[in-house]
Structure formats: structure tokens, C-alpha cells
Design a protein around this ligand. Structure first.
Ligand code: NAD
Length: 261
């Protein structure tokens, strides 16, 4: 059921964390995986890791928020692999977390541009090819922030993008359903990755809402963050035929964290 032999997948932000783990998982199931991010060295390392395990990968560099770069990327995939079946719109940043009056317009715009415009462009350019392949699966990496959790200090721009991604998933599930393209969202809680390198936090004390949690704020693990592989397993499920009747659905993967905060 998890056999993806003959399928071609694109994973954006596949250079580290959740995207990398997802790309490895899809390749293990037999898909040819185009691993893409802004940084050549990291996606080349992901591709090498996949090939060392006997899988097939191609490393590509682009900025998901750049229209021309995304067009070129997708044209290249079709030229090289002739089809596209699975799209994991995962690239994203935390950006700046700050009190709203101190959050600068450029900082707001950057988070919106990478997380929302990037997701839109990824879907915009790939949908015609998923349709040409007879249908497909799109998986959008949202978050507990903006969908269930609103207590992360200063994360207003980030939460807006993650809520927007979920709205997009639901809207497009209807628009794309007749073309046999499924689209779902994964909403991770705290997951070990490199994302904290892309986070700038200011004025935490001013925006923090005091809440007391019982023993650790992730009930299932006593407070320990999840692993990227915990998310990758769900990406594989949503990419595969095992989820054939699921579309327009968020899956929260957070050890129960978002039910507390
Ligand atoms: P990460 O920083 O480890 O990886 C992000 C990847 O995206 C990197 O390869 C980076 O180079 C790439 N990237 C960033 N901006 C890009 C752009 N404009 N164009 C192309 N590539 C770009 O982060 P992660 O934690 O694995 O996050 C992946 C996704 O999961 C994000 O959308 C994030 O919002 C979401 N998420 C993460 C967590 C968490 O706790 N780690 C929780 C909820 C949601």
C-alpha cells in the first residue's frame, strides 16, 4: 500500500528537518524524489543520503517564493522525469516573532512571502502536471500554530501563514477533487529540526500569556519534542494509496501538545 514505485515526488525544503526526513521516506517507498531548497549543499547531501540507500533523488535549488525559479524547477522536473505525482509543500520559516507594534512591515512580508506565496507558487506550478499524470497528492506543511495553538509569543505573522495554508488546503480540496488531485495538511507540534536558526524572537515577555502546563507541554512524551520521522510517516501515508479517500484534511501530529496550548 505504501509502494510508490513509478511515482515522481517533489519535496520543497528538503535540505533539513521535516522535508529531508519526508524525502528519505518517500524514496524508501520507491518514488523518484526531487529534493529542493534554497541551499545547494544541503539538498545535495539529502540526495546523496537517498542514493546511498539505493533510492533515486535529484537535487535542485530554488526559492519557493520566486515565480520564475519555481516555473523553471517544475519545467525541469517534467523534462527530466516526464511526470509528477506527489508534491510536499514543506519549505517554510518561523521568521520574526515579536510584539505586533514592534514587528516591522518587511519582517511581516518576508514570513508571508516564504510561507504563503511559496506554498501558492508550489501548487500553482505543479497542479497541471499532477492532472496530466491522472491525479496526485499534495501535502502542505502547516503547524499547530494558527490552527489550534495561539499562545506562541509574538508568532502572529507565522500563525497567519499556517492558518492560511489550511484554508488553501480546504478550498483546493474541492477545486481539485474532480481532477483526482488530493490535498491535505500536516500540522506538526514541536519537532526537532533546524528551524530555530530561522527564528528571531523579540519582546517574548511582553507577548507571553501566562499558562501553566502539567508535567511538560507535550502529554505523550512528557515534554520532549517529536522527531522529523514522526511527520515523515504521515507524509508517506498521505502520498500513498492508503489515504485514497482523504482530502481537505488537517492531521495534527504533536503528541497532544495543541490540545493543551
Ligand atoms: P528546517 O529549517 O529544518 O527546514 C526548512 C527547509 O526549508 C530547509 O531546507 C530550508 O533551506 C528550506 N527553505 C526555507 N525557506 C525556503 C525558500 N524560500 N525556498 C526554498 N527552500 C526554503 O525547518 P523544519 O522544522 O523542518 O520546517 C519545515 C516545515 O515544517 C515549515 O513549513 C515549518 O513551518 C513546519 N513546521 C515545523 C515545526 C517544527 O517544530 N520544526 C512545527 C510546525 C511546523
Amino acid at each position: 500500500m505504501y509502494d510508490l514505485t513509478g511515482k515522481v515526488a517533489l519535496v520543497t525544503g528538503a535540505g533539513s528537518g521535516i522535508g529531508k526526513a519526508s524525502a528519505i521516506k518517500l524514496a524508501e517507498a520507491g518514488a523518484v524524489v526531487v529534493v529542493m531548497s534554497r541551499t545547494a549543499e544541503e539538498v545535495e547531501a539529502t540526495a546523496r543520503e537517498i542514493e546511498a540507500k539505493g533510492g533515486h533523488a535529484q537535487a535542485k535549488t530554488a526559492d519557493t517564493s520566486d515565480e520564475n525559479a519555481m516555473q523553471e524547477l517544475v519545467d525541469g522536473i517534467i523534462r527530466d522525469h516526464k511526470r509528477l505525482d506527489i508534491v510536499v509543500a514543506n519549505a517554510g520559516i518561523n521568521g520574526v516573532w515579536a510584539p505586533i507594534e514592534g514587528l516591522k512591515p518587511d519582517e511581516w512580508d518576508k514570513t508571508i512571502r516564504v510561507n504563503l506565496r511559496g506554498t501558492y507558487l508550489t501548487i500553482h506550478h505543479t497542479v497541471p502536471h499532477l492532472e496530466a499524470a491522472g491525479g496526485g497528492s499534495i501535502i502542505v506543511m502547516s503547524s499547530i500554530n494558527g490552527t489550534r495553538t495561539f499562545t506562541t509569543p509574538g508568532a502572529s505573522a507565522y500563525s497567519v501563514t499556517k492558518a492560511g495554508q489550511l484554508a488553501l488546503v480546504k478550498q483546493l480540496a474541492l477545486e481539485l477533487g474532480e481532477r483526482r488531485i488530493r490535498i491535505n495538511a500536516i500540522c506538526p507540534g514541536a519537532i526537532e529540526s533546524e528551524i530555530s536558526d530561522n527564528t528571531q524572537q523579540r519582546g517574548k515577555e511582553e507577548t507571553e500569556v501566562p499558562v501553566e502546563f502539567p508535567e511538560g507541554d507535550i502529554p505523550l512524551t512528557g515534554g520532549k519534542s517529536g522527531k522529523a520521522e514522526d511527520i515523515a510517516d504521515a507524509v508517506l501515508f498521505l502520498a500513498s494509496d492508503a489515504s485514497r479517500h482523504i482530502t481537505g484534511t488537517p492531521i495534527w501530529i504533536d503528541g497532544g501538545q495543541s490540545l493543551l496550548r
